[in-house]
Ligand binder design. Structure first.
Ligand code: GTP
Ligand code: MG
Length: 255
């Protein structure tokens, strides 16, 4: 069991930000990120912004704020963008959040602190932090996935789907990802569980996107999320049958 084991100290942090046509929001997001980074001189940071194309000004704006641009023009989708970025990181830990202004980079120190405490995966919880971007469909989806994750992975996570996460790089390396879009959030959690990392949820507020257009689609992405949750959860259960003393991820919540 690899719960709360001492882990190597963190020196380098990679921030991976997916951005599809986010020229209106990426600038302020990176300004806020750079301000948060300035409060953490003990770490070396790299900021990778992953785009699919150079059709709008996202690349120019992000470059002007000091980010490294990665262009993933072969495969669209948030999951594809994230894994493209993950595979090019150098940090011991990776932090990922959205580029539309929904997630507050000022929360970054608390995410890193939770990793320093020995957790392998830190999830920003909108249940604890609140959201001004939730509607009935999203509330229902969150409740549904909370139940499904507790049944399939035997753990209580209140906000599996939130895109604000921080984790040890090993969580997302060493396997071929099966998710392409927003279902990536399920796969990251599933891998952390299977690898026996302790998981913690911390408070993180979600705001409405600050500009630009929504890229998710409730029905299409809802279907992919459901399928990913069932597939990853059931394959975890099968995997456990062949591992008499399977790693069991510990879950906790911090305010
Ligand atoms: N590179 C890349 N980024 C993507 C893709 N799809 C989504 N993203 C990014 O993933 C993040 C989440 O997408 P959103 O459109 O905000 O999805 P959402 O949060 O469900 O929708 P909103 O309520 O409008 O915020 C944003 O930062 C997007 O730019 C994609 O195909 N490629
Ligand atoms: Mg969003």
């Amino acid at each position: 069991m690899r719960t709360m084991d001492p882990m190597p100290p963190i020196k380098t942090v990679s921030i991976v930000i997916p951005a599809r046509h986010e020229q209106d929001t990426i600038g302020p997001v990176l300004d806020a990120l750079n301000a948060a980074i300035a409060t953490l001189p003990q770490y070396t940071f790299e900021t990778l912004v992953v785009v699919d194309s150079m059709e709008d000004l996202t690349v120019q704006v992000a470059q002007s704020k000091g980010a490294t641009i990665l262009i993933n023009d072969k495969l669209k989708g948030k999951g594809n963008a994230l894994y493209f970025g993950f595979n090019r990181t150098r940090g011991e830990v990776i932090v990922t959040f959205d580029s539309d202004g929904s997630h507050d980079p000022a929360d970054l120190p608390r995410f890193i602190e939770a990793l320093e405490q020995g957790n392998g995966l830190v999830i920003g919880s909108r249940v604890m932090g609140g959201s001004t971007d939730h509607d009935v469909i999203r509330l229902f989806a969150n409740a549904l996935f909370t139940v499904m994750v507790s049944l399939l992975f035997r753990m209580t996570l209140m906000d599996t789907l939130n895109g604000y996460k921080a984790f040890r790089r090993n969580v997302v390396l060493g396997y071929k990802p099966r998710t392409k879009g927003f279902d990536v959030e399920i796969e990251i959690v599933a891998k952390a569980v299977r690898k026996g990392y302790s998981i913690v949820e911390i408070r993180a507020h979600e705001s409405r996107r600050a500009g630009g257009r929504m890229k998710s689609h409730a029905i299409r992405d809802g279907f992919y999320l459901l399928w990913a949750c069932l597939r990853e959860g059931l394959s975890y259960q099968v995997w456990r049958l062949f591992h008499p003393r399977p790693s069991q991820a510990a879950v906790s919540a911090q305010g």
